[in-house]
Design a protein around this ligand. Structure first.
Ligand SMILES: C[S@@+](CC[C@H](N)C(=O)[O-])C[C@H]1O[C@@H](n2cnc3c(N)ncnc32)[C@H](O)[C@@H]1O
Length: 350
């Protein structure tokens, strides 16, 4: 059963900065990998008019329904897909939606997910310990909390939550199992480590569980790699993150893709054969202004990074088919479709 949300309750973060970084232009093709309630998507389509197209992806079926209503006005130029962005490449291939001018990731949770009862993302609302973006996925947070060994739980809370008291928390969880609700877990953690400072002591453990349930970090790494292949020349990749683990992945990915050599430090001559595929747009990370943080406190930890697709050597086209496709693509204003066409043929043949 799909629960309807009010789209007005989510304010898009770093909106004008994201539009600028994407360099949205009329007639452009864009992918929003984290559609949410379509705040960024609506603005992309507004700036992409006339003729702009948008492929919107979200793992959460509720988000897709909310976005569909909000994007009613643009229904002929949007394609909305309820899927995980780890499948970005196959979604684009199936929908024949590539190459594109820009790809946006606005990671994490929407306000509706945080506020919506019943999904268990937040300890502010009592609900079953679920935390799945997609309710059809098998493993819930309760499964992890109630079946994982103490050592593994401690490791998970430390790695994904960067929680200093991970062993103590894991010990208490194991002692008090089964744990079925967000309130039960939050109270248990508070009892285990006490309250210090402004941050609720359960914040980091909840982040860790959500990351583990949804394989967030692995999926992000995989999706970034796919995104670069889907960009046309000078296409933009823009990512907004909300915690240091995500930001580190994005930063390292973009920096690596922008370097001409990735040999280990101290290697006398370059042996990696690496070719840069991206150019960094903002050398320094972009963060919200104090005004934005005051208006939308949820934006306080946001960081935006952006990069642009550049030409690489394997963009030389070997076969006549490639040449034919290039001619068509050039006439459509695209200069690097052959590689993508090869991916498409391989996918269709598989
Ligand atoms: C911060 S919200 C996006 C808000 C959106 N930019 C807006 O302005 O309304 C993040 C969204 O990404 C979705 N999401 C997170 N990880 C995902 C993944 N791996 N695949 C697809 N969607 C994902 C969540 O379900 C959520 O709706």
């Amino acid at each position: 059963m799909i629960k309807r949300w009010s789209a007005s309750s989510h304010t898009p973060v770093l909106l004008s900065e994201a539009l600028r970084a994407l360099a949205v232009q009329p007639g452009g093709r864009y992918i929003d990998c984290t559609l949410g309630s379509a705040g960024h998507a609506t603005a992309i389509l507004d700036h992409g008019s006339p003729g702009g197209q948008l492929l919107g992806i979200d793992a959460d079926p509720n988000a897709i329904e909310t976005a569909r209503e909000r994007l009613q006005h643009y229904k002929d130029s949007t394609l909305l897909v309820n899927d995980n962005f780890v499948n970005l490449q196959s979604i684009c291939i199936k929908s024949d939606f590539f190459p594109v001018h820009g790809i946006l990731f606005d990671l994490g949770l929407s306000s509706m997910q945080l506020n919506g009862n019943g999904r268990g993302f937040s300890f502010q609302h009592d609900a079953p310990l679920d935390m799945r973006f997609n309710p059809n996925q098998k493993i819930t947070a309760a499964d992890i909390v109630n079946t994982t060994s103490e050592a593994r739980l401690a490791h998970l809370i430390k790695t994904y939550g960067e929680e200093g008291h991970s062993r103590r928390i894991a010990q208490h969880i194991v002692k008090e199992r089964p744990i079925e609700t967000t309130r039960q877990l939050a109270q248990l953690i508070e009892k285990a480590v006490g309250r210090r400072g402004r941050l609720h002591p359960a914040t980091k453990t909840f982040q860790a569980l959500r990351i583990a349930v949804n394989h967030e970090l692995e999926h992000l790494e995989a999706a970034l790699r796919q995104a670069v292949d889907l960009l046309g020349y000078e296409g933009r990749l823009v990512v907004i993150t909300y915690h240091s683990l995500e930001d580190r992945i994005v930063k390292q990915f973009m920096q690596r893709e922008a370097r001409s050599c990735i040999c280990p430090p101290g290697t006398p001559t370059c042996i990696c054969g690496h070719t840069p595929r991206l150019r960094l747009i903002n050398k320094k990370v972009i963060t919200p202004t104090t005004t934005e943080i005051q208006l939308n406190p949820r934006s306080r930890s946001a960081k935006l990074r952006a990069a642009e697709r550049i030409i690489i050597q394997d963009d030389c086209y070997a076969t006549p088919e490639d040449h034919a496709f290039i001619t068509i693509a050039k006439s459509r204003g695209w200069r690097r479709p052959a590689l993508l066409q090869k991916i498409r043929m391989a996918f269709l043949a598989a």
